[in-house]
Design a protein around this ligand. Structure first.
Ligand SMILES: NC(=O)C1=CN([C@@H]2O[C@H](COP(=O)(O)OP(=O)(O)OC[C@H]3O[C@@H](n4cnc5c(N)ncnc54)[C@H](OP(=O)(O)O)[C@@H]3O)[C@@H](O)[C@H]2O)[C@H](O)CC1
Ligand code: K
Length: 520
């Protein structure tokens, strides 16, 4: 399913209207979907005897988002509810389809208030008594910081109400910038969002994602071809996508059928990282892991995980020496892919080692953590002969690009995509709302996960999973996106079992089986 910017959404609306779909009909479809969602929420969340006893309050802005709200209120009135409307402007300031929907609301005898004419106390009491608020103040047309009556309403609700009524946002919570998920000063938190035709970026990026609650994308008459033509190939990776992408395992197979991984990882202070990566790779379905590690810890790591084949490399002060390059490259002749980085440590020797692999190997290669930190010549990435995947967190991405972490997080989608295209590699930009980008411009925003995933070793687990899925699926980009999804979903299961607070990286691995069972 596509993820759009406000400009793309506008183009879709315009193309649909131009192709003979009247604007009022589009708005009516959006309103009908909103009314249905409101009814679903009411039935699920509120116990009541008569529809007419429920207080449904519609907060209505001056634009088309408000128009959606006006029409939805009218539909619910016709279904036997008693909605009331709070308008942020005077009726004479409404135009076009919004003015028409206002007239219809009046005709249907809906109770209408103008915010400016209400005393603060009256407004607060009206909101407090509401069983459901429908937020149709601002949608994709937001410009600049919130202002005027819209700002007063959002501020009053956020500052004066200890317990906020159940809230349904129309299209996007008001105050969230649809292009990037940032706050336009302040925003109204929703429990549910009904969004028209496609996801908007701001619903999936933080802080917007925290404001949106449960999101439902509804069809309003815009053809999927129109959305496809006006989008930029950014999609969500959700359970449906994961089910489609899960590699089929052949019955007539041996451990070589599911891939052999050379994992270059670990140092004396960091013996857990390679174990987490190796274990996640094996539990992810990979056939065989060779851990290539510093001589000091080769034996000890082998003892920690009996399924592992541990290979000792020459080292100095615990870090693998650059002279190990020849041995590693010779060794990689018998594997299908290489993953490097977890717990590797950083020094000149490690840097030379990684550079040599980038210059000489042509296997599928995943670089994570310290293997990313030692890269200074980005041309090496571009010129790599095999298929390359990088898995930076925002700090590592900042080091790779020379941007600040804040800049990365403010524009993570575009930065990840441009980097992947420029250097012709798969990029997994980690953090809340992980982006997976392909060299050909495709990209996914991942939808699974929990804040418990922000725990030591979580990235090491992801690297192992990416290796596992890549070994089983030929499209490395799809494999990486699937691994990110599975990692996030296993994190959700781990959080359910342990709480977000108490889960650790090993719990992600322990819950992989539940994800595979769910996807099969
Ligand atoms: N045909 C369609 O386009 C459909 C659209 N749908 C819904 O429409 C909205 C987008 O509607 P749009 O009118 O483009 O914009 P909004 O309603 O979101 O906002 C515009 C009004 O809000 C005022 N505004 C803008 N920024 C601010 C702000 N920071 N603070 C306060 N007020 C603001 C703006 O005022 P101006 O003075 O700038 O003109 C407008 O009054 C979309 O989200 C959907 O809900 C339907 O889905 C159907 C088809
Ligand atoms: K809204």
């Amino acid at each position: 399913m596509q993820v759009l910017t406000p400009e793309m959404m506008k183009k879709c609306d315009q193309a649909t209207i131009k192709a003979a779909y009247p604007e009022i009909l589009l708005m009516e479809s959006a309103a009908l979907a909103t009314a249905k969602m409101a009814e679903e929420i009411i039935e699920k969340e509120i116990s009541f005897e008569y529809k007419s006893e429920l207080k449904l309050s519609f907060l209505i802005g001056q634009g088309n988002n408000g128009g959606d709200g006006l029409a939805a209120a009218r539909i619910l009135k016709n279904w036997g509810y008693q909605p009331q409307i709070v308008l942020t402007c005077s009726p004479s300031e409404l135009s076009g389809v919004n003015a028409l929907n206002f007239k219809l609301a009046v005709l249907n005898k809906i109770e209408i208030y103008q915010f400016e004419q209400l005393k603060t106390k009256e407004f607060i009491s009206l909101i407090k008594q509401s069983d459901l608020i429908v937020d149709a103040l601002l949608g994709t047309g937001i410009k600049g910081q919130i202002r005027g009556s819209v700002k007063s309403i959002i501020t009053l609700i956020n500052q004066q109400l200890v317990k906020k009524p159940l809230t349904l946002a129309v299209d996007i919570p008001s105050g969230i910038i649809a292009a990037n998920g940032n706050l336009a000063g302040d925003a109204l938190k929703a429990d549910y969002t009904v969004t028209m035709a496609a996801y908007k970026r701001g619903l999936l990026l933080y802080p917007g994602k925290d404001y949106a609650g449960k999101i439902k994308v509804v069809e309003i008459g815009i053809q999927s071809e129109t959305i496809q033509e006006n989008s930029d190939q950014l999609k969500v990776f959700n359970q449906q996508e994961a089910k489609k992408s899960l590699p089929v395992r052949k019955n007539n197979s041996h451990k070589g059928s599911f891939g052999k991984l050379a994992l270059l990882a670990g140092s004396p202070g960091m013996t857990g990282a390679p174990i987490l990566t190796a274990k996640a790779a094996l539990k992810g379905g990979l056939g065989l892991v060779y851990l290539l590690t510093a001589a000091e810890i080769a034996e000890m790591t082998a003892a920690q995980l009996p399924e592992l084949v541990s290979v000792a490399l020459p080292s100095q002060a615990g870090l693998i020496k650059e002279t190990a390059a020849a041995k590693i490259l010779k060794f990689t002749e018998k594997v299908d892919l290489i993953a490097a980085g977890p717990g590797l440590g950083q020094d000149k020797g490690v840097k030379t080692l990684i550079e040599n692999i980038l210059k000489e190997s042509s296997l599928d290669l995943i670089l994570d953590a310290d293997a990313l930190n030692v890269i200074s010549d980005l041309e090496l990435l571009k010129n790599y002969k095999g298929k390359l995947t990088l898995t930076p967190h925002p700090g590592e991405m900042a080091a790779l690009t020379g941007l600040s972490i804040k800049e990365i997080n403010n524009n993570r989608i575009d930065i990840a995509r441009k980097f992947a295209q420029k250097y012709q590699l798969n990029l997994v930009l980690k953090g809340a709302a992980t982006i997976t980008a392909a060299p050909d411009g495709r990209a996914y925003i991942n939808l699974s996960g929990s804040n418990g995933l922000a725990t030591a070793g979580s990235g090491d687990v992801l690297t192992g999973l990416i290796a596992a899925l890549m070994a089983q699926e030929s499209d490395n980009f799809r494999a990486a996106a699937l691994a990110v999804y599975i990692h996030g979903r296993a994190g959700e299961f781990a959080a359910q079992a342990n709480s977000d607070y108490a889960m650790i990286a090993s719990d992600i691995i322990a819950n992989l089986k539940k994800v595979y069972q769910e996807l099969q």
